[in-house]
Design a binder for this molecule. Structure first.
Ligand SMILES: Cc1cc2nc3c(=O)[nH]c(=O)nc-3n(C[C@H](O)[C@H](O)[C@H](O)COP(=O)(O)OP(=O)(O)OC[C@H]3O[C@@H](n4cnc5c(N)ncnc54)[C@H](O)[C@@H]3O)c2cc1C
Length: 354
């Protein structure tokens, strides 16, 4: 068995795990990142693409800004489209901030490169990962290249996503789950086509939500509301193109519920890396103890915003004519009131970290 020792063992090489490792390194703290997938898989996984200003600022501040500045697209707002009309929300004018389009897998490539250039350890292609000693002596065990590994550490960063092994390892009674299951899902389409609109278009139609977005000047990302049990065979290319045409220029990039995911992951590890480095510098544990409550305060506001956008922009099975009219009135109010627009813009470009 290979036995390794590090200060922070990090499970998962997504945005949270890699950024945590990067931030800790800048504070002089060692970590090892352990990832189930291969490097090419994580660097090619198409997911998010909308970065809040705070995420961009953090990347620049920590030496990850070069390619981002060269290749990203800067947007000053989004369009909301309903009842045949398109309304522009100018975030720059409303909040002084914009949003940046830069694909999540490009962020991942920059982070992997930065970690490897700095001599950091990322162990890809691992299997059978298990963690133990969470409350006493943290230990991560896994297999790689037919060999068994053991990593002893002071802390484990559980950054292995929603379906990973870390979440269920939180001792009973400590983990509290608050859940809302939405009665729809999203068909995501990645098209090798230049975006037909300069900015994102969120659309509410009779057949539901559609979002038009992009990942680069040559790649368009679209989302369409569909059923959670949707069979992909129900969506031949013809139907997709028909839907997209009928929705105007609109399609959907990221479900509003998910559009904040990567930014939240980055926000979390910013708080966590500060707390861990404070612990090593001054043996103070108060920031670590406050980690959850610090993040949860912001998280719930982001959760509320995602829920509100989703509720406003989707067709619900249970929806009656009253609900439909109310949704249209909400959109009408939103696009005609500066106060309402400012509230959306403030949340969309990203709430302050603390
Ligand atoms: C289609 C789609 C579109 C999205 N669009 C947006 C968007 O526009 N904006 C936005 O901000 N967010 C968006 N999101 C959400 C965003 O992608 C996630 O919130 C983000 O990836 C979360 O980062 P993470 O590091 O916490 O988890 P992940 O990116 O899921 O990373 C977890 C890592 O852990 C690894 N792992 C899992 N289990 C194990 C194990 N047992 N052992 C070792 N490794 C393991 C996984 O392979 C993975 O690499 C989108 C998500 C999807 C699916």
């Amino acid at each position: 068995m290979k036995k390794l020792r590090t200060q922070v063992g990090i499970v998962g090489a997504g945005p949270a795990g890699l950024m945590l490792s990067h931030l800790l390194h800048l504070e002089g703290i060692e970590s090892i990142v352990i990832e189930a997938q291969g490097r090419s898989h994580v660097e090619g996984r198409v997911r998010a693409g909308v970065l809040e200003q705070g995420t961009v600022d953090l990347m620049r501040r920590t030496g990850l800004g070069d390619r981002l500045d060269r290749e990203s697209l800067l947007h000053n707002g989004v369009y909301l489209s309903f009842e045949g009309n398109r309304h522009h929300l100018d975030f720059r004018e409303l909040t002084g901030k914009g949003i940046t389009v830069y694909a999540q897998h490009e962020v991942i490539k920059d982070l992997v490169r930065a970690r490897l250039d700095a001599g950091g350890q990322i162990l890809f292609d691992t299997t059978e990962l298990a963690i133990s000693g969470v409350e006493s002596s943290p230990l991560i065990r896994f297999h790689r290249d037919g060999e068994e590994y053991e990593v002893r550490c002071d802390f484990i960063g559980g950054c292995d996503g929603f379906h990973g092994v870390c979440r269920p390892s939180i001792p009973e009674g400590v983990l509290r789950v608050f859940e809302r299951t939405y009665p729809f899902a999203w068909l995501g389409i990645l098209a090798e086509a230049a975006p037909s609109s300069e900015e994102l278009i969120y659309t509410y139609t009779d057949r539901g939500f559609a979002l038009f977005s992009m990942r680069s000047p040559t790649v368009t990302r679209l989302y369409l509301q569909c059923s959670p049990n949707e069979d992909i065979r129900n969506w031949p290319d013809d139907r997709i193109w028909k839907e997209l045409f009928l929705a105007g220029d609109a399609a959907h990039i990221v479900p509003p519920t998910g559009a904040k995911g990567m930014n939240l992951a980055i926000a979390d590890v910013t708080v966590l890396s500060r707390a861990i480095s404070d612990f090593y510098r001054s043996s103070r544990e108060d920031l670590l103890a406050a980690y959850s409550s610090t993040c949860l305060r912001r998280l719930w506001k982001v959760q509320r915003f995602s829920w509100w956008m989703t509720a406003m922009l989707h067709r619900w099975d249970s929806q009656n004519e009253f609900d439909h009219r109310r949704q249209l009135a909400e959109l009408d109010y939103l696009t005609s009131s500066r106060a309402a627009m400012t509230s959306l813009a403030e949340n969309y470009v990203g709430l302050p970290l603390e």
